[in-house]
Structure formats: structure tokens, C-alpha cells
Design a protein around this ligand. Structure first.
Ligand code: SF4
Length: 92
């Protein structure tokens, strides 16, 4: 699973960085502006996947997107909770 950021939409408010500091951090760019940095070229370690999904769903600017989600081979139960963001949809 890979996470990316839309740098135009991101306002560098650090919501995601507080949730998963192992993946997201705020740094200054060459012009002194705060920007979001994503560790490991966006590849999300399996043990941080739930936290990153949470951060994606909580981003107030909807600037984060997930790629490479595996499709479940089992049917969803009636109680499956769907979380929908503008660019991704996944189940918990
Ligand atoms: S939560 Fe969204 S807007 Fe805030 S720093 Fe992360 S990607 Fe940017």
C-alpha cells in the first residue's frame, strides 16, 4: 500500500503527522514554507497501515490518497463499515 499527498490541497496542518509520525512529518521547503513529507517514498509498512488509513480519512483537506489496496476475496458482511474518501474506498 502506498500513500501520496496532493501538495496543492495540503495545508500542512500536521493532522496526519500527529496521527502517524513514523510516516508523515512537516518540514520547511527551500522557500521556508511548511510542507508535508512522507517517509519511505510513500510505501506504508504493514504495521502502520491502519494508522495511515485513519490519517487519510481524517485529513481535513482530503489531500491524501491510498494506492495498492488489496481486494478482499470474501463477501462483506452487513455490518462491514465502509469508509469513503474522495479518491479511495476501503473497508474495516
Ligand atoms: S492532514 Fe492533510 S492537510 Fe494536514 S498535513 Fe496531512 S495531508 Fe496535509
Amino acid at each position: 500500500m502506498k500513500v501520496t499527498v496532493d501538495p496543492v490541497a495540503c495545508e500542512a496542518n500536521a493532522v496526519c503527522a500527529r496521527l502517524v509520525p513514523q510516516v508523515f512529518s512537516i518540514r520547511e521547503d527551500e522557500e521556508g514554507e511548511d510542507v508535508l513529507a512522507i517517509a519511505g517514498d510513500g510505501e506504508v509498512p504493514a504495521e502502520l497501515a491502519d494508522g495511515v488509513r485513519d490519517a487519510v480519512s481524517r485529513c481535513p483537506k482530503m489531500a491524501l490518497a491510498l494506492y495498492g489496496l488489496r481486494r478482499s476475496t470474501t463477501k462483506l458482511s452487513a455490518t462491514a463499515r465502509m469508509i469513503k474518501t474522495p479518491r479511495t474506498m476501503f473497508c474495516q
